[in-house]
Design a protein around this ligand. Structure first.
Ligand code: AMP
Length: 217
């Protein structure tokens, strides 16, 4: 199953893609994760992308296309993958089509996780990550006394620098302008499955399973 997870930042694409990947034995390819780990190290890619990420801007298409092409060439992606965070622009979507066509492949399904803007702001600005166990939490769900420490392991909670308020509003604007038009791009090709992204992660996962048909597999 060659799948794209599409949706605004904060929609929960990552959480859902990780789970579906685990259950289907498919690699979760998150461009945000690839770039964050490059940015944290002294690689050329890291140097190239750090500024864009900190501002909540998109990394240029040529850089992204090369990153994804290299990743999809790895052997674990041969039988399918769950792409999360790519494509984000029309040229990226066309580049993905070409990468797959070069191998006589096509995309099977696009899972579009739809969440209203007010909820995205709430989720992104309240998101905290545990430095030890990687837990992903929202301050709105924690008691006031617990917002500094992970309730699972007690380690420190941090905020992604691109979840700070000005960057959040820029990321949402960039999404609306540049990425949202891909909904129509994939809808016209009959690949889009629109998923209600409100509710618990469990509810959303159920919606995704219900929307996938045997021909998507
Ligand atoms: P994410 O974790 O998917 O929200 O990505 C974090 C940041 O990485 C984004 O705000 C962009 O700066 C960059 N990024 C990730 N994927 C892409 C992409 N496909 N195109 C351009 N920039 C990207």
């Amino acid at each position: 199953m060659r799948t794209v997870f599409l949706g605004p930042p904060g929609a929960g694409k990552g959480t859902q893609a990780v789970r579906l990947g685990r259950e289907r034995g498919l690699p979760h390819v998150s461009t945000g994760d690839i770039l964050r780990s490059a940015a944290a190290s002294a690689t050329t890619l890291g140097e190239q992308v750090r500024g864009y990420m900190e501002a909540g801007d998109l990394v240029p298409d040529e850089v992204m296309n090369a990153v994804v092409e290299e990743r999809l060439r790895q052997s674990d992606c041969m039988d399918g993958f769950l792409l999360d965070g790519f494509p984000r622009t029309r040229p990226q979507a066309e580049a993905l089509d070409r990468m797959l066509a070069d191998r006589d492949r096509t995309l099977d399904v696009v899972v579009y996780v739809d969440v209203p803007q007010e909820e995205l702001v709430r989720r992104l600005s309240g998101r905290r990550l545990c430095v030890e166990c990687g837990a992903n939490l929202n301050v709105a769900d924690l008691a006031e006394s617990a917002v500094e420490r992970c309730p699972k392991c007690g380690a420190r909670l941090v905020q992604r620098t691109d979840d700070e308020p000005e960057t959040v509003s820029n990321r949402l604007e960039v999404y609306e302008q540049t990425t949202a038009p891909l909904v129509e791009y994939y809808e016209q090709r009959g690949l889009l499955r629109r998923i209600d992204g409100l509710g618990t992660p469990e509810d959303v996962y159920r919606n995704i399973l219900a929307a996938l048909t045997p021909t998507d597999e």
